[in-house]
Design a protein around this ligand. Structure first.
Ligand SMILES: CC(C)(COP(=O)(O)OP(=O)(O)OC[C@H]1O[C@@H](n2cnc3c(N)ncnc32)[C@H](O)[C@@H]1OP(=O)(O)O)[C@@H](O)C(=O)NCCC(=O)NCCS
Length: 224
């Protein structure tokens, strides 16, 4: 099951943003008007633009005619599309994942080791993950925290859920190598890292049947 991840370096080019602005639907324009900072507006438009470039050929329509619906917790979707997709953005990067699997989730986070991560784990990590975090050498805890966190968030986004349930998801087994995790009654997904930059952690969760081989993930830089 092929999955492509497009890496957009932010801020994106003015050309990309100007082009994409013309393709936004009225709801997206309304969201844009509510965004307080220019950088937030730019990254929103840039990622939606790349997403439209990637999806339009599979929908046999122009980029301007790519329209999204939204799941109960806000996941953008296109019913009937032959590709699943997901977006994440943080700091200098936006990621757009496009997959042949029925659902995909992607997450990227800037590694900020100065936050009080031990306290945060108590709110967002599964009990087994907290035990593992406490055993990590203090100077390596920042990287461990974010590597684990992006896997949890990628799973949340694969499911189209809210982050408030993230504590129930245990992805510890996926830290050493790509693994399938199963969420009761919801299905299974391959969870694996996506290498973007040493200062960022990122991961993807790809819908799968339990015995399917590890999918291929191809990473591309978006130029333009
Ligand atoms: C999904 C969520 C975890 C993403 O958090 P984040 O780290 O701030 O953001 P990221 O940059 O990784 O991802 C944002 C992108 O994920 C997508 N997205 C939004 N909600 C999503 C969801 N529930 N599942 C999967 N993807 C989602 C969108 O494409 C969004 O980017 P865009 O709006 O610019 O296109 C967080 O927004 C969340 O918990 N949302 C649910 C809120 C909720 O439960 N609402 C209930 C209805 S009011």
């Amino acid at each position: 099951m092929r999955t492509d991840v497009w890496v957009i370096t932010l801020p994106a080019s003015k050309t990309l943003v100007q082009t994409g602005l013309q393709w936004l639907d009225p709801d997206e324009h309304a969201r844009l008007r509510r965004m307080p900072s220019e950088s937030n507006r730019d990254r929103f438009v840039a990622c939606r633009t790349v997403l439209r470039y990637c999806l339009a050929p599979h929908l046999n329509c122009s980029e301007a005619n790519v329209r999204f619906t939204y799941g109960a917790s806000g996941k953008p979707e296109i019913p009937g599309c032959s590709r699943s997709f997901n977006i994440s953005h943080s700091g200098d990067y936006g990621l757009v994942a496009i997959s042949l699997a029925p659902a995909v989730g992607v997450d990227i986070e800037h590694v900020n080791a100065r936050r009080n991560l031990a306290a945060l784990t108590r709110h967002v990590f599964h009990p087994n993950e907290i035990v593992a975090f406490d055993r990590v050498e203090p100077k390596l805890r920042g990287k461990f925290f974010y590597d684990l966190w992006v896997r949890k968030e990628a799973v949340t986004k694969w499911l189209g859920d809210s982050i408030f349930r993230v504590k129930d998801i245990n992805v510890l087994d996926t830290m050493s190598s790509p693994r399938v995790i199963t969420v009761n009654g919801r299905g299974s997904a391959w969870v694996m890292p996506v290498k973007v930059s040493s200062q960022y952690a990122s991961a993807v969760a790809i819908d799968t049947f339990i015995d399917s081989p590890c999918p291929t993930v191809t990473i591309h830089e978006w130029n333009g």
